[in-house]
Design a protein around this ligand. Structure first.
Ligand code: 13P
Length: 352
């Protein structure tokens, strides 16, 4: 099984490819639909996901899709499982395995712990049968006055490691996601503070992964980028963001890790692409040992959902928008993106 998991992990971060995070829980998906007046029901969520997965050239820049429990059980309009649609498009289906976050007992205000370990091995078995090749677990670390606490960093790192070990034992490649939030309101959420918290979190995550005997060759790390808090008043250039991000990763992430696929965390979609490109340029200069790519949710879907608006006649335009963002990010994963390429948008073929 080991060789197989290592090749799945490698394929997830193949050159010029990255991951589409489409694992919004029902609540989050509905929250995205509401401002666009899209009916918030299972059929519309199904239609939306079918629209995304049947975009032209889907598998060219998308190696895998993270699904939510509801989606991995849904079929397309012809009765074919959406997981099979993804596989036929040349990508791999994956599954969100955590069940969300709750307030961390005895933690600081707004500190969260991620749940979902109970019964996880059984759920992994079921998802493997439904076609999943990899899993995802997101830990959330907020920056504010006095937080994160050691208790929060430690508890989340431990849960991530337990999840990753259960995944590997059950035949899934774990995506290990310690997200340091970028949306802190705190004026002291500077680039330097973000760097410090990333160091702290990554150090603990890899200690716990190592204590749990997780095989690094068979996992993907999904980190946040080192960015000042959106309301911190500090502005960092793409070069500064990328330099800090690569430094922290090279300091704490073992070379054996199969690959790194960033979350977008609420960045504007073109910013997320620019940052990924700059990260790859610096990683090439410094000879970083792993492929660095995207595992974006909002930064891949934003333009597409805004165009779709729940209307069938908008499907080709929305699909072209997704195909375009996937292509731009695929280029950024190689360090070959430039802002001028955004104009190529109209050249992306429309339709299936
Ligand atoms: P964003 O890229 O929207 O942050 O989502 C990625 C993800 O999977 C968060 O868990």
């Amino acid at each position: 099984m080991s060789g197989q998991l290592a090749s799945v992990a490698k394929a997830m971060v193949a050159p010029g490819k990255g991951i589409l995070a489409a694992d919004e829980s029902t609540g989050t998906a509905n929250k995205r639909f509401a401002p666009l007046n899209i009916p918030q029901n299972e059929e519309m969520r199904r239609k939306y996901r079918e629209m995304l997965f049947t975009s032209p050239h889907f598998g060219e820049h998308i190696s895998g899709v993270i699904l939510y429990d509801e989606t991995i059980r849904q079929n397309d309009s012809n009765g074919k499982p959406l997981a099979q649609i993804i596989a036929e498009a040349g990508a791999m289906p994956g599954i969100k395995l955590d069940t969300g976050t709750v307030q961390l007992a005895l933690g600081g205000p707004d500190e969260k712990i991620t749940e979902g370990l109970d019964g996880l091995a059984k759920r992994v078995d079921e998802y493997v049968k439904l076609g999943a090749k990899f899993g995802k677990w997101r830990a959330v670390i907020a920056i504010d006055e006095g937080i994160p606490t050691h208790r929060c960093i430690h508890a989340n790192a431990h849960a991530l490691a337990r999840y990753a070990a259960i995944c590997q034992a059950g035949g899934l490649v774990p995506i290990v996601e310690p997200e340091v939030l970028m949306d802190g309101e705190h004026s002291k959420h500077s680039l330097e503070r973000s760097f410090e918290v990333h160091e702290w979190a990554l150090q603990h995550v890899f200690e716990e992964l190592s204590a749990a005997d997780v095989r690094f060759e068979e996992m993907i790390l999904k980190p946040s980028m080192v960015i000042p808090g959106q309301k911190s008043a500090q502005h960092a250039t793409p070069r500064e963001v990328a330099g800090s991000t690569v430094t922290v990763l090279m300091r704490w992430v073992p070379a054996a890790v199969a690959g790194i696929a960033f979350l977008s965390g609420g960045q504007d979609d073109e910013d997320a692409t620019t940052h990924l490109n700059e990260i790859n340029l610096i990683a090439q200069e410094r000879r970083a040992p792993w492929p660095l790519t995207f595992s974006y949710g909002r930064a891949l879907q934003q333009a597409a959902i805004n165009l779709w608006k729940g209307q069938d006649q908008n499907v080709p335009a929305a699909q072209a928008a997704l195909a375009h963002r996937a292509k731009m990010n695929g280029l950024a994963a190689l360090g070959r993106y430039s802002a001028e390429m955004e104009k190529e948008r109209d050249l992306v073929p429309v339709g299936r």
